[in-house]
Design a protein around this ligand. Structure first.
Ligand code: FAD
Ligand code: GLY
Length: 383
């Protein structure tokens, strides 16, 4: 099997395929884990950024969140490395009446799906997280929304893959898919001119998946890059500021458990632009410092931007494509870290068993094939 792309999705898919006994090679044009997965905050939050009308996506995210403890433990056991799974829980904060009303949406969905959530008075929230400012108006405690460090996770997956004999070829760019209808073996052409053949090809190339040449128009899925700028912070005094992840309408703060935090993120439709702007950094800090003044004391370690792979409905594309032997595992938008375990499982089912499940069927590539590539409008803002 050939997996194109060494981000969290490609690595998780390759690992699941190899666990089930398949011979797999992962082709990555740069270093593995340096795409969107390198930038991601790592929140495992199936409800917070999803459209409440999209029940199938909520169900997929909840299933993946529930699979995470087992997935992380298995990656740790297979690799001997800590994948950075942190049972931190989350507080969702509101600063004014409008934001407090928005909390009701989260409360309603979580209650509808039988998920744990607790309304907190400001004093209760500040008892849990004393770094919160007195300007807090209301909060929800979402005890089961945890986080993972995506960089640790991809590093651990790479070692787990190596232990299973999977070759991950860095610096190996696929420049063409050769999936002619009469061929029985699937092939890809590499930048250096060589061809590589396999029984199936899984496209897990993040937002670049839509650009791969060699597919007939009806077999393509449309993707657009959705830029996210974030800031990585460190507390020289160690892990004392916040123990839970914190979400507010303009930003989120995710602890790594060791005094480091990720402050994110903008959501911008600016094509393949990954520049860092002063305005974005200002807005993230302004919103977060208003609620957690101690953030002002943290050291800025890194500022960076990544490109989320977005489909027209912002839901992933998982499953067999229009050309035999072609499978998609992309379009994970704001949830690729969360959805890695379930995507790996569904992709392995499709590739190895030729089956799908009711959970995965709404995400079939068939819903987009034949549609024109997306041309993103230029918009921006922190969310
Ligand atoms: P990528 O990580 O982008 O990997 C794709 C890989 O394919 C890259 O390494 C690339 O080099 C390679 N590639 C591309 N073209 C080729 C080719 N032709 N040949 C070979 N290799 C190729 N998700 C969450 O669940 N929780 C979060 O908290 C979260 N926070 C985020 C914050 C920000 C700021 C951003 C930008 C994203 C965030 N996400 C989060 C979303 C998540 O990062 C993505 O959904 C996920 O990383 C997508 O993984 P991927 O493997 O599909 O893509
Ligand atoms: N899921 C966090 C983000 O996309 O910014």
């Amino acid at each position: 099997m050939i997996v194109i792309g060494g981000g969290v999705i490609g690595l998780a898919v390759a690992w699941r395929l190899a666990q089930r006994g398949a011979g797999v090679v992962v082709l990555e044009r740069d270093e593995p884990g340096r795409g969107a997965s390198h930038v991601a905050a790592g929140m495992l939050a199936p409800v917070s950024e999803a459209d409440p009308r999209e029940e199938p996506l909520l169900r997929l995210g909840i299933a993946s969140a529930q699979a995470y403890p087992g997935f992380a433990a298995a990656v740790q056991e297979a690799s001997g490395l800590d994948p950075g799974y942190l049972r931190c829980g989350t507080l969702i904060a509101a600063r004014d009446r409008d934001e407090a009303e928005a909390l009701e949406r989260e409360l309603e969905i979580r209650t509808r799906f039988g998920l744990g959530v607790r309304r907190l008075r400001p004093t209760e929230a500040r008892r849990l997280e004393p770094a919160l400012s007195p300007t807090l108006r209301a909060a929800l405690e979402v005890a089961d929304d945890h986080a993972v460090d995506p960089r640790k996770l991809t590093a651990a997956l790479l070692v787990a893959l190596r232990h299973l004999g999977v070759e991950v070829r860095a610096g190996t760019e696929v420049v063409e898919l050769a999936l002619g209808r009469r061929q029985t073996r699937r092939a890809v052409r590499l930048r250096d001119g060589r061809r590589l053949e396999g029984d199936a090809v899984v496209v897990a190339a993040g937002v670049w998946s839509a650009e791969l040449p060699g597919l007939p128009p009806e077999a393509r899925v449309p993707l657009r890059p959705v830029k996210g700028q974030i800031m990585r912070l460190r507390d020289p005094a160690g892990p004392r500021l916040m123990t839970r992840a914190l979400r507010l309408p303009g930003a989120y703060l995710v602890p790594r458990g060791d005094g480091r935090y990720v402050l994110g993120a903008t959501v911008e439709e600016r094509g393949f632009d990954t520049t860092i702007t002063a305005g974005a950094m200002f807005e993230l800090l302004r919103d977060a410092v208003e609620l957690v003044p101690g953030i002002g004391e943290l050291v800025i370690e890194e500022v960076l931007a990544g490109l989320r792979p977005g489909t027209p409905d912002n839901a992933p594309v998982i499953g067999a494509g229009a050309v035999a032997g072609l499978h998609w595992a992309t379009g994970h938008y704001r949830h690729g870290i969360l959805l890695a375990p379930i995507t790996a499982e569904l992709t392995a089912m499709a590739v190895l068993d030729g089956t799908s499940s009711p959970l995965g069927e709404p995400f079939s590539p068939g819903r987009f094939e034949g549609r024109a590539p997306l041309r993103a409008a230029v918009r921006s803002g922190a969310r």
